[in-house]
Design a protein. Structure first.
Length: 504
């Protein structure tokens, strides 16, 4: 095996920034594919492609039809799609997920093209719990392993299970939440990789091995093989990992982590992100290398993708795959076909407090960024928002000759500022600025400035708000910030949306 690193070249972690948790990866030839959890957002399960493990491009969303992803209006935020596993076997891609909502359960989808379309779901009524994994042994038997950590044999074509689930391993004694299991056959052993300690600051990765896929499993004496708990490190909550062997024979791990900012206890606002770390094998056990924001590059040439344009002019008949909505996206409420070159939203819910509000957003992927949109609110009311959930969001809203900065923080909902504006289209903007210097231990991670762009191009800030209230440490849950456009009354049109990363 060649050297795992390329001297003098580096890459930046996370490799997929922003709210992209629970990564699962597989390789087919020279191509790598990766999926993430999507929770209450539709379409669900973003699918990424790479040729070098470092540069990733979203090529679609696996669950892009209501028949695949029925999310009732009452589905809570941070419910929905949990912890997908992506595998390639027998010429097909296999995706198994947990749908957490009324009528949900564990579901399996297949395709020959990961960009889609994917099949309708095969239900797995005999598979309990969450975080399902798929592995096939040499005779073609399919094993499904779940959080807990239990296992049951299934027919992936029909969803039938054979026998009751049996316990494989409970992880480290006393450690909570043994979950995110993945099973691999490497050399003479089957390896069972799990997350444990909870997906907060105690998160970790541990491993056990056995001679068969059903065990018995012996834990690695060096467990956890990866954790940042108790360390002063910019990347925290490290866990929920998956392994992949590269084309040169080297091994790598994708995993989730967060980047807290501000004072105590530290607030992460982008959600759980996807990181990459090298893995070597020592005495038959995987050993994880350093996990840092700036990493030595792999030994092979990197293949950066063309820089994506900052602006979406909504000139296509369908939205780009980066755009997500809340629980569904009916064409009668969201379309680019009603007014050419514009995104048209017809209101349903009356505000971002409502679970059925019509919203089209993209994940915030940079600690410092600016978002702007040109809105025509003549037939209604709507605006530009930064959302974590129904109880935690900031927005600037236009309608009836007025713009308002609104803030929802838990049970508190307030109008921060307002001013009249002339009739007609106008540009709304939000700028996110990370904290550079701590005032004291309570200093938040960033600030959000919301305002309007004047006809001469200058930006007038109407309200500046503390970003800690749009963080997981305050709001709870499993998601991250999503920035986008919404309608809260009547019909509103958006000519373009511009998302610009700023200096980190």
């Amino acid at each position: 095996m060649s050297d795992i690193h390329s001297p003098g070249r580096t890459f930046a972690n996370p490799v997929i920034p922003g709210f992209h948790p629970d990564p699962s990866i597989c390789r087919v030839g020279d191509d790598y594919y990766l999926v993430c959890s999507s929770f209450e957002y539709f379409p669900g399960v973003p699918v990424f492609h790479s040729r070098d493990l470092v540069n990733w491009t979203q090529i679609g969303n696996a669950l892009d039809r209501p028949s695949q992803l029925p999310l009732p209006t009452g589905t809570p935020s941070s419910a929905g799609i949990y912890a997908p596993t992506l595998r390639h076997h027998d010429g097909r891609f296999w995706l198994i997920v947990t749908l957490v909502c009324e009528g949900g359960g564990n579901l399996l989808f297949t395709t020959t093209d990961p960009a889609g379309p994917w099949s309708d779901p095969v239900r797995l009524p005999g598979v309990p719990g969450i975080d399902p994994d798929l592995a096939w042994d040499e005779d073609g038997t399919c094993w499904c392993t779940v959080a807990g950590v239990g296992q049951v044999r299934i027919d992936p074509h029909t969803g039938e299970s054979f026998g009751a689930p049996r316990k494989l391993w409970s992880g480290t004694p006393g450690a909570k939440a043994p979950e995110a299991p993945h099973l691999y056959h490497v050399g003479d052993h089957w390896y069972l990789l799990i997350a444990e300690g909870g997906t907060e600051r105690g998160h970790s990765v541990s491993v056990a091995r056995g001679r068969t896929p059903t065990g018995p499993f012996e834990p690695c004496p060096a467990n956890p093989i990866l954790t940042h708990r108790g360390f002063e490190h910019p990347i925290q909550n490290t866990g929920h990992a998956d392994l992949v062997q590269a084309t040169d024979g080297s091994w790598w791990m994708v995993l989730l982590g967060v980047r807290p900012g501000g004072g105590t206890p530290g607030w992460h606002v982008l959600g759980r992100e996807t990181f990459l770390a090298p893995v070597t094998w020592v005495d038959g056990w995987p050993v994880v290398g350093d996990l840092e924001p700036d990493m030595p590059a792999p030994a092979w040439p990197l293949r950066p993708d063309p820089v994506a344009p900052h602006r979406d002019d909504f000139d296509l008949s369908a939205l780009q795959p980066c755009w997500v909505s809340l629980r569904d996206r009916p064409a009668r409420h969201c379309t680019t076909k009603e007014r050419a070159g514009w995104l048209t939203l017809h209101a349903r819910g009356s505000s971002l407090d409502e679970p059925d509000v019509v919203f089209v957003g993209r994940r915030q992927q940079h600690l410092s960024c600016r978002a702007r949109t040109l809105i025509d609110p003549a037939e209604g009311r709507g605006g530009l928002a930064v959302r974590l959930d129904e109880d935690h969001h900031y927005e600037i809203e236009a309608g009836s000759g007025e713009v308002k900065v609104l803030a929802r923080i838990g049970p508190l909902h307030t109008v921060v500022a307002s001013r009249p504006v002339p009739a007609g289209p106008l540009v709304l903007g939000i700028q996110v600025t990370p904290t550079r210097t701590l005032r004291d231990a309570r200093t938040g991670p960033d600030t959000l400035s919301l305002g309007v762009e004047e006809p001469d191009g200058t930006f007038t800030v109407l309200g500046t708000l503390d970003g800690r209230y749009l963080s997981t440490e305050v709001a709870g849950g499993f998601t991250g910030r999503v920035i986008g456009m919404y309608a809260s009354g009547g019909t509103v049109h958006f000519d373009w949306f511009d998302y610009e990363p700023l200096d980190q």
